[in-house]
Design a binder for this molecule. Structure first.
Ligand code: SIN
Length: 506
C-alpha cells in the first residue's frame, strides 16, 4: 500500500484562525429575521465545531418551528413590496451583494474552511463560484419575459405573465455552505420571491456571513431571513418550512432520503419544489481516451472536498485494454499530488471528513468492499493528523464487487473504486443501473461514441473529456431519484416563477 503526503497543519487553534478574519462582523451567531439579528426562543444555542480540529467555533441561535413560523410571516409580509419593485432595482441590489462577496472573499473562504474543512483555495473557489450565480441572476432578473400569443379571436388578446411564486423555504447542505445558498437565493430574489433559509447545522457561519453582506447591500428587511438550527431541531424546522401554507416553494439540496421526506411533507399544501439530491456518478475511461488527461481529471473530480460532493465520480469504469496503465498512473498521482491536512495549512489540498457519521460510513463501505474481495491499492485508513479532526486517506480500490454499498450507493467519501469493462454497451448498462442520475463523466476521442454515450447516460449533467461541469451559465440538476428542477443558467429562474395566462376580451 502506498504512502501519501500527510501531517500538514501542525497544531491549529480554530479560535486563533477565526481571529484572523479581518472583518469580525462577518462572524454572526444570531438568526436574521425581518431585518434584525435575533436569538432563538429561550436563547437556545447549538455548538458548531471545526471538523479539522474538533474545536468549538461558536454557539449559534437554535431556532425552532415557532421561530421559523415568525420568519415565514416576515418573508410573507415583505413579499408584496419586493415582488413589485422593478427587476432593475432588484438586479442592482443583487449586484451590490455580489460586489460585497467578492470584496470579502478571503474572510468568507476562511470561515468556510473552518466550518466545513475544505482547503482554503477550494473554499475561495466556492465563494467565487457561489458569487457567480448572484452576478448571473442579477442580469436574468431583467429578462423574465412573458408572451403575447397569436389570438384565436380578433376581439381578444392572449397574454402570458410570469410572476414570482412567493415565499421560498431554502434548505441547504454542509458540503457547499456558500454556493448552494447563493445558487438558490439569487434566483429566488431575482424572480421577486422572498426567502427563509435553513443552513446545515454543521455550517451556519457562511450563511450568516452572506446574510450580513446582503443586509449591507441594502436588501430590505423580511426579504432575506436565515434560521439556523441544531440537528435536534432540524426535523421540526424542516416540517415547518414544508407545511406552512405561506411558504409557496421549497428548494432543497441534500440526500435523496431527506428530499423524499421534504417532498412528501410539501405535498400537503402542494408547494412548488426544487430538489437537488444525491448522485452516484459513473466516470468512464474508454480505450481511445488520453489516460493522463483522464487520470488528472479524476483526481479533481473524485477528491475535491475529500469526495463529499454529490457530483463526485463514484464508480470508475476503465476499459480492459488500458486498465492496468490507468490504475498505475492514477495511483501515482494520488500519492504525489494529494496532501492531507487542516484546510488552513498552506500545502493542504485534501481536508477532513465534515461529519463523524460520514467517517463511519466511509469505514463501513470500505470494510464491506474488502470483505467481498476488493483490494486497496492506496490509502485505506484514517489519517492521523496533528490538527486532530476526522481525516480519511484518499483510497483507491480494485476488484470491487458490483453488489457492495460502495457501488450501489453514493459513498460521499474519498473511496475510489476502479472497475473493468470491455464493451461500450455493457459499461453504459452498468452506469445506468442505479436509481439516481445526477452527473456522469466519460473520456473518449471517438465522435460517434461521444454522441451515443452522452445521449444514453441517464443523468442530468455530462462531462465529456472533463471531470469539471460547474458553471452558473449551465443548467444543474438530476433525473431519476437525483431530483426535480434545474438551478443556474437561463432555466434556473423558471423554478421561482408561476405562469399566468390572461384571455383579454374587448
Ligand atoms: C454538490 O455536489 O452538492 C453540488 C455540486 C456543485 O454544484 O458543484
Amino acid at each position: 500500500m502506498g504512502q501519501q503526503q500527510k501531517g500538514q497543519g501542525g497544531s491549529i487553534s480554530s479560535k486563533d484562525e477565526l481571529g484572523k478574519i479581518k472583518d469580525q462582523k462577518l462572524i454572526r451567531l444570531d438568526a436574521y429575521v425581518k431585518g434584525k439579528w435575533v436569538s432563538a426562543t429561550g436563547n437556545k444555542r447549538f455548538e458548531v465545531t471545526d471538523p479539522g480540529t474538533h474545536q468549538t467555533l461558536g454557539h449559534v441561535a437554535d431556532m425552532d418551528a415557532h421561530d421559523v413560523s415568525k420568519a415565514v410571516d416576515a418573508a410573507s409580509d415583505a413579499f408584496g413590496e419586493w415582488s413589485k419593485i422593478t427587476a432593475k432595482e432588484r438586479a442592482s441590489l443583487l449586484r451590490k451583494w455580489y460586489d460585497l462577496i467578492v470584496a470579502n472573499t478571503d474572510d468568507l473562504a476562511r470561515l468556510l474552511t473552518l466550518e466545513c474543512g475544505k482547503p482554503f483555495t477550494e473554499a475561495a473557489g466556492e465563494v467565487d463560484y457561489g458569487a457567480s450565480y448572484i452576478e448571473w441572476f442579477a442580469e436574468e432578473a431583467k429578462r423574465v419575459n412573458g408572451d403575447v400569443l397569436p389570438t384565436t379571436n380578433n376581439n381578444s388578446r392572449m397574454v402570458v405573465l410570469k410572476q414570482p411564486v412567493g415565499v421560498v423555504g431554502v434548505v441547504t447542505p454542509y458540503n457547499f455552505p456558500s454556493a448552494m445558498i447563493t445558487r438558490k437565493v439569487s434566483a429566488a430574489l431575482a424572480a421577486g420571491c422572498t426567502v427563509v433559509i435553513r443552513p446545515a447545522c454543521e455550517t451556519p457561519f457562511s450563511a450568516l456571513a452572506l446574510c450580513e453582506l446582503a443586509e449591507r447591500a441594502g436588501i430590505p428587511p423580511g426579504v432575506f431571513n436565515v434560521v439556523p438550527c441544531s440537528k435536534e431541531n432540524t426535523p421540526e424546522v424542516g416540517k415547518e418550512l414544508t407545511t406552512n401554507p405561506k411558504v409557496r416553494k421549497v428548494s432543497f439540496t441534500g440526500s435523496t432520503n431527506v428530499g423524499k421526506l421534504l417532498m412528501s411533507q410539501a405535498s400537503s399544501t402542494m408547494k412548488k419544489i426544487s430538489m437537488e439530491l444525491g448522485g452516484n456518478a459513473p466516470f468512464i475511461v474508454f480505450e481511445d481516451a488520453s489516460i493522463h488527461e483522464a487520470a488528472e481529471q479524476l483526481l479533481f473530480c473524485k477528491f475535491r472536498n475529500s469526495g463529499q460532493t454529490c457530483v463526485c465520480a463514484n464508480r470508475i469504469y476503465v476499459h480492459d485494454k488500458v486498465y492496468d496503465e490507468f490504475v498505475s498512473v492514477f495511483t501515482s498521482l494520488v500519492k504525489e499530488k494529494l496532501c492531507i491536512g487542516h484546510g488552513l495549512a498552506p500545502s493542504t489540498n485534501f481536508g477532513p471528513m465534515i461529519t463523524n457519521h460520514g467517517l463511519a460510513k466511509t469505514e463501513e463501505h470500505l470494510q464491506r468492499a474488502v470483505k467481498a474481495g476488493a483490494k486497496v491499492v492506496v490509502g485505506g485508513n484514517r489519517a492521523n493528523i496533528e490538527a486532530g479532526g476526522d481525516f480519511f486517506e484518499p483510497t483507491v480500490l480494485v476488484n470491487v464487487n458490483n453488489d457492495v454499498p460502495m457501488t450501489c450507493e453514493e459513498t460521499f467519501s474519498p473511496l475510489c473504486p476502479i472497475y473493468r469493462f470491455s464493451s461500450e454497451e455493457d459499461v453504459v448498462r452498468c452506469a445506468n443501473n442505479v436509481s439516481v442520475g445526477l452527473a456522469g463523466y466519460f473520456f473518449s476521442r471517438d465522435v460517434g461514441r461521444i454522441i451515443r454515450v452522452a445521449e444514453s447516460l441517464e443523468v442530468g449533467v455530462v462531462g465529456v473529456n472533463t471531470g469539471s461541469i460547474e458553471s452558473e451559465v449551465a443548467p444543474f440538476g438530476g433525473v431519476k431519484q437525483s431530483g426535480v428542477g434545474r438551478e443556474g443558467s437561463r432555466y434556473g429562474i423558471d423554478d421561482y416563477l408561476n405562469i399566468k395566462y390572461l384571455n383579454v376580451v374587448f
